[in-house]
Design a protein around this ligand. Structure first.
Ligand code: ATP
Length: 978
């Protein structure tokens, strides 16, 4: 094993030689350490091997990297690193080919049985009638089977491609990397060995590596080792594994193995899963499909028995069976099998998959990435959205607008900040040292900031006081950092000042920090005792800022004796209040409209925020969330009994100063009250609430990887309006599936009953095997394609949500199904019974013309009914027709194939060409479906109107009675007065 020679070099010296020379060495593949050594060291977590290699800095040196400036990172350098150590991409299972899906579709049991029937039919046909006339029956079935197989395979293949692309999108994670002195965000796939990365709370460790430096780093290794207790990683335990998550703290890490060389890479290769999760709607529809399939089976059996009975009755000699008889038998059998094929609505799950895939693709464009398929449809039934404030309702672009330092008020653009030196010193430390954000030069001379928006705002405020971050940071040494989290709502830093003094700085939620202070700073910078009056004044300032929708933070500090250094955490009292700052975070454009849309869609919006009650109330008013509802703070909510909580929840609109635990509790209580809850989250601690909710929505920009990992949907632009869009798409999926079910059930019922009834009366089925297979294609694959991909429209948000108890097949849908199936059956039966007489068909081929017309009318009825299904709620079924080109394409395609089948492929489709009048009659029968739909619609509207009128009259009568009994209007009643 080559460990490579290393002579330690002082950091400053290294920094001065670094980038150019390391770059050159790296470009020449000159790495004096082998990939295997590094992988072995990681896998065995061998500290002795690490020591033999000279420690972390030495390994960085051998990897031509510097812990101060990163790798060179130019194109050649990156390519060489990938060549030598590999890239950070976990190998994916090869994509299934089209032929795989063809093979899969060919395994359908019913199709196999049909294929056998087709083969026998071909054999018998050819042997009895010769090649010329005998091939058509069997040939027709064979061609139809091939078409069904190809269409099924093509649609499955397309789905698989789309899901694969979405899967890749889902796995795109970004990380902070230091290259050529610059901190930048890159996709983890682009990481290379030697990269220096920064990790902070909520990040996913993107590759295997070694800890360089950091504070309070706690790693959740449960995904790798199953260990539920988070592990401390520090100078004594240096190994960091990809796939694990940062629970708390922050650190710098040196990447030493990537991609398939990491333990996570191995684990993922073994796991390599497919997206085969069945959504609740798919499960529900699968059981519906089984039920319909079973009913179809009964119909098929009955049809077969009836046909056989007639055949046997007419057969003169039951003991003599010619090949012609066998042929008839096979024909009957294949017809029965085809009836089952038609009855089994395999298009139902296909429609759901299509609708979901379509919606998922569209949702990415609308800034929502779906991680769990079923979440799309659940979002459509959501009755309540619990939303964060910061970043979701607001822009997350924060600026310190006002501050009160040493009792002096300062406002942006109103006055130049001027503070005495003895105030400015600690203030700058509080703003710039007790701050985990950073300023970096982006290479073009422009400075950009990394970190949380709150901290960036403080950092910028500090810089505006006339100093640079480096100047302040060089002046003192950071000894300890307690990072911010939303449970504590505080951040603290212990500094060692140049004169050796220790100083603790703390900043955070204003009232919490103020409670930890017993002194304050006056205008001259003197530390004075904080009596009740000055505390009241400071509280007044906090409240004033908050009323202006400003996020308030309090900054405090204290000098502490040396011995406290060894205490585990920073002191919780004895601070001097240094400043109160008010940070402006403007409300996003469009939020008010989105909230309004939710209210018209019957979706409740509850704002859950870590900010204080006054700020929260003020922002909730501004954004239209707070109307006449309740506002509560997290600590009060927590202490209520379960009943008390539910009472409040009935009217709750804002929860302020909430901790992630409160959010979790809120979600659980709302669910217990029957609500379908969608909740947003960005922090690591939000993971339980995201998990618990019916739909967890993580924020793509501000959200941590842990939050994203626990969420069902990632909102890529963090915008509340995008969440409302997701709800719209969810409703659209639900509606599209309903449309398809209505269309398919109508065709199913009509086809089954028609075949059975005419078998009863005439002894033969009007629709042949090939015709039935074509009808099956129209109502399954083509129907799903046309109806499941309807784009969402704004009216979807004018209706109340379906909720938990909503019916999938509504009463209106049943009306439509029965009316259309009833119409189709009656008109086709009339054609069958009286067709020849009505149409005056007397020629020798009258029977063939009639059966072709029945087939043609049936198909045209389905085509026109597709229009009816498309606009279930509207009277005008042609509304926005050109909004969905796929629907139009399917209709035109179906019509064209139908014309070809009737006019040119008569032999295959068991039909004969029709003349113009006959076509016109078929078209009239088909298009009359539109009139039937219109009549049903008008009837439904009328019956709704009458129903409303009746219930209003009843109410009125009831109140009238009450009025007469008590002699005055009952309370809360407008009806009596009407
Ligand atoms: P929301 O829940 O609305 O999205 P949030 O997630 O930003 O808001 P928290 O992060 O819990 O809410 O912040 C709550 C409070 O903590 C803020 O009002 C602020 O006073 C304080 N705070 C926020 N960020 C920091 C920070 N980096 N350091 C110290 N205190 C902070």
């Amino acid at each position: 094993m080559d460990l490579g020679a290393y002579t330690p070099m002082p950091a400053e010296q290294f920094c001065s030689v670094k980038v150019d020379s390391t770059c050159k060495m790296a470009e020449e593949n000159n790495f004096p350490i082998q990939s295997e050594t590094l992988v072995h060291m990681m896998q065995s977590q061998s500290h002795s091997l690490l020591k033999q290699c000279g420690g972390v800095e030495a390994i960085a040196f051998k990897l031509r990297a510097s812990v101060e400036t990163g790798i060179c990172g130019d194109k050649v350098d990156l390519e060489n690193r990938r060549k030598v150590f590999g890239s950070n991409i976990v190998r994916e299972k090869p994509l299934k080919t089209f032929w795989y899906f063809v093979w899969d579709a060919m395994h359908d049991f019913l199709l196999v049985v049909l294929a056998i029937c087709a083969a026998i039919s071909l054999l018998l046909g050819i042997s009895t009638e010769g090649w010329k006339d005998g091939w058509s029956d069997g040939g027709g079935i064979t061609v139809s089977i091939l078409i069904v197989v190809l269409v099924t395979a093509a649609s499955d293949y397309r789905q698989s491609l789309q899901f694969q692309a979405l899967e890749r999108e889902k796995e795109k994670v970004f990380t902070d990397v230091l290259r050529n002195r610059r901190r930048q965000k890159i996709c983890i796939d682009d990481l290379v060995v030697g990269d220096i990365i920064s990790l902070s709370t909520g990040d996913q460790v993107p590759a295997d590596g070694l800890y360089i430096s950091g504070y309070s780093l706690l790693i959740d290794e449960s995904s790798m080792t199953g260990e539920s207790e988070p592990q401390h990683v520090d100078e004594n335990k240096l190994f960091l594994f990809s796939g694990t998550k940062v629970q708390d703290g922050f650190a710098k890490m040196l990447v030493i193995s990537v991609g398939m060389n990491t333990a996570w890479g191995h684990a993922k290769e073994l796991l390599c899963k497919e997206n085969c999760e069945e959504t609740p709607m798919q499960q529900k529809l699968s059981s519906l499909a089984i039920l319909i399939g079973n009913i179809g089976m009964c119909f098929a059996l009955l049809t077969f028995i009836l046909l056989m009975a007639r055949f046997l009755k007419q057969k003169e000699n039951l003991w003599y069976w010619s090949s012609q008889d066998f042929w008839v038998l096979i024909k009957y059998f294949s017809l029965a099998v085809t009836i089952v094929v038609v009855a089994v609505p395999e298009g139902l799950p296909l429609a759901v998959t299509l609708a979901l895939a379509y919606a998922m693709r569209r949702m990415i464009l609308e800034k929502a990435l779906v991680r769990r398929l079923s979440a799309c449809e659940t979002m459509g039934s959501a009755t309540c959205i619990c939303t964060d404030k910061t970043g979701t309702l607001t822009t997350n672009q924060m600026t310190v607008l006002k501050a009160c330092v040493g009792g002096v008020l300062w406002q942006l653009h109103a006055s130049e900040p001027q503070f005495p030196d003895n105030v400015l010193g600690p203030l700058l430390q509080g703003l710039l040292q007790n701050n985990s954000s950073d300023v970096v030069n982006d290479g073009t001379g422009k400075q950009s900031c990394f970190g949380s928006p709150t901290e960036i705002a403080l950092l910028r405020f500090g810089i505006s006081l006339g100093t640079s971050v480096e100047a302040v940071r060089c002046n003192s040494q950071v000894l300890k950092v307690e990072p911010f989290n939303s449970t504590k709502k505080l951040m603290g830093t212990l500094l060692k000042l140049p004169e050796g003094k220790l100083r603790a700085h703390i900043k955070g939620a204003s009232e919490l920090v103020l409670d930890m202070c017993d002194t304050t700073i006056d205008a001259d910078g003197n530390q004075v005792f904080m009596d009740e009056r000055s505390k009241c004044e400071l509280n007044g300032i906090i409240s004033k800022f908050a009323h202006e929708s400003l996020r308030t933070l309090c900054l405090a500090f204290q000098d502490i004796p040396h011995q406290s250094l060894f205490e585990k955490s920073l002191p919780r009292e004895g601070y001097a209040c240094l400043a109160i700052v008010g940070i402006k975070d403007p409300i996003r454009v469009g939020v008010k409209d989105a909230v309004q849309l939710c209210s018209s869609a019957g979706i409740r919006v509850i704002m859950v925020t870590g900010d204080n009650l006054t700020t929260a109330t003020s922002v909730a008013h501004e954004s239209g969330i707070l109307t006449d509802g309740l506002v509560i703070d997290g600590p009060s909510f927590r202490t209520l009994s379960s009943d008390g909580r539910r009472q409040k929840l009935a009217n709750l609109q804002v929860m302020a100063r909430s901790s992630p635990g409160d959010k979790h509790m809120l979600v659980k209580e709302l669910q217990a009250m029957g609500e379908i809850v969608a909740v947003t989250g960005d922090g690591t601690n939000d993971a339980p609430a995201l998990h618990e909710a019916d739909v967890g929505l993580a924020m793509g920009i501000s959200g941590t990887e842990v939050a994203k990992g626990s969420a069902d949907i990632v909102i890529l632009d963090d915008n509340f309006s995008s969440i409302v869009n997701v709800a719209k798409f969810g409703r659209c999926i639900f509606k599209n599936i309903q449309k398809f079910v209505q269309f398919q059930l109508t065709a199913n019922i009509a086809a089954l009953v028609l075949n059975l009834s005419s078998t009863c009366f005439f002894g033969h089925a009007p629709l042949t095997t090939v015709q039935l297979l074509w009808i099956n294609l129209i109502m399954d694959a083509l129907g799903a394609l046309a109806l499941a991909t309807e784009p969402p429209h704004s009216e979807l948000m004018d209706q109340p949500p379906v909720g938990r108890k909503g019916k999938f097949i509504s009463n209106e849908m049943w009306w439509n199904i029965c009316a259309q199936a009833g119409y189709q059956l009656s008109v086709l039966s009339i054609l069958q019974f009286q067709g020849k007489k009505i149409l005056g068909l007397e020629a020798g081929n009258a029977e063939d013309i009639l059966s072709t017309m029945i087939f043609n009318s049936f198909v045209l009825c389905q085509i026109f009914n597709e229009f009816n299904a498309r606009e279930m709620d509207k009277v005008n079924v042609f509304h926005n027709l050109f909004g969905n080109w796929l629907f139009l394409f399917v209709v035109v395609f179906t019509l064209t194939v139908q014309v070809i089948l009737v006019e040119s492929l008569g032999k295959l489709a068991n039909s004969i060409p029709l003349n113009r009048e006959q076509w016109l009659i078929c078209l009239s029968i088909g298009s009359f479906s539109l009139v039937v739909h219109l009549a049903v619609k008008i009837l439904i509207i009328l019956s709704k109107y009458i129903w409303n009128l009746k219930s209003n009259l009843n109410k009125y009568a009831m109140h009238r009675k009450e009025y007469e009994a008590i002699g005055k209007h009952c309370s809360n009643c407008n009806n009596c007065k009407v």
